[in-house]
Write a protein of this length. Sequence first.
Length: 480
Amino acid sequence: MDEHLSFYIDGQWVQPEGRRTLDVINPATEESFARIALGTEADVHDAVSAAKRAFSSYSRTSRKERIDLLESILSVYKKRYDDIALAISQEMGAPTSLAKQAQAGAGLGHIQQGIAALKTMEFEELINTTLVVREPIGVCGLITPWNWPLNQISCKVVPALGTGCTMVLKPSEVAPISAIVFTEILHEAGVPAGVYNLVNGDGPTVGHAISSHPGIDMVSFTGSTRAGIQVAKAAADTVKRVHQELGGKSPNIILDDADFEAAITHGARGCFLNSGQSCNAPTRLLVPRNRQQEVAAIARRIAETTAVGDPRSPETTIGPVVSEVQFNRIQDLIAAGIREGATLVTGGPGRPEGLNRGYYVRPTVFADVTNDMTIAREEIFGPVLSILPYESEDEALAIANDTIYGLSSYVTSGDPERARRIARDIRAGMVHLNGAGGDLAAPFGGYKQSGNGREWGRYGFEDYLEVKSMFGYNPAQKAS
């Protein structure tokens, strides 16, 4: 078993203040493969102190110096790419192909986009005789989840580095190994001591200490809405900026003029991808009522041909979900769907046939779902697709917007203008038109209880900057 019992503080690996440790479980085997130390409030304080000391010099670095640093990180990241993919697969169960192509690839993409954004971003603007300056906000607390670990770490760390901030990162204690590899990458790339610090630990201890620490100027959190609320409450007493990327229950509206075979296939695969563990997964499939039977047959075929199994096998489409806690929650929600009267099309409770160990979930499809059912209201975070029939376009839009969430949504129509019109009326931060994928240069984030602020590309830099007005600034005026 690998042991990672140190934290990265002030440019070196140091022993923690406390003695608690945690085994990291491989969800495919239910066996521990690594052990980490769990941090304390004192560890967070040491990391914040290091970040505060480093801020005075790092915040004054030039654009070129920060671009050079990010390019160095990019170079080392490419060298350690396979190590990152392996860590992700082991800690959260992603199939090897997904870990390499999408999971590790997302981290790489955010570094590249961060460099591109930094090269063109304007940090000063003259308005009349006022110079408006955008400056680094200060010490940032970064709290990241387990489902897309390097995606979320890189899209927080990169803009923090790019704007001249210093930081303390707490990755998920469920999937911390890829963050340790990432830390090794930053160290080798030459990130100055104290600029980046890593403290492992749980949310109630380390997460709370970061959120409430008076020395932290901004906290960026990705995770559940419930936990995000706790972060905001803990941060309120120090009036620090809070950025939240939270949950979702994304509607996927298929209009009556769509290519149903293509649209349902794409939507179901998107729902099951990463074992359903994506906040923007298209989990609510809205279809014309008179075509629900046809839709259910297509979705059933996709579910039953989705290969669930060992992440190391090239035949595997989806691996296990991340933990026993997550597995049990998904089982409870599947049971709720059956109990509340939804029609179970395929899948259902228990593990897939032939798998008696590991947190594997059967790809599940429900039909005849109404928007008041638990499976339509709560974020399941598993490979569970709910088909909701509608009678009219207006009803489809009403169902889509009838949720506490507003992260992502999907609209498919044979008429692009019709899809765009529907998209404008959806209350969500992102809309995918006719199967379009995401764009790492465009903003990612949601409305309502899906959070606030935006990540990715140049929009991802915004929350790491303060705005200062320097009145009476006349560049033509000479010094006396």
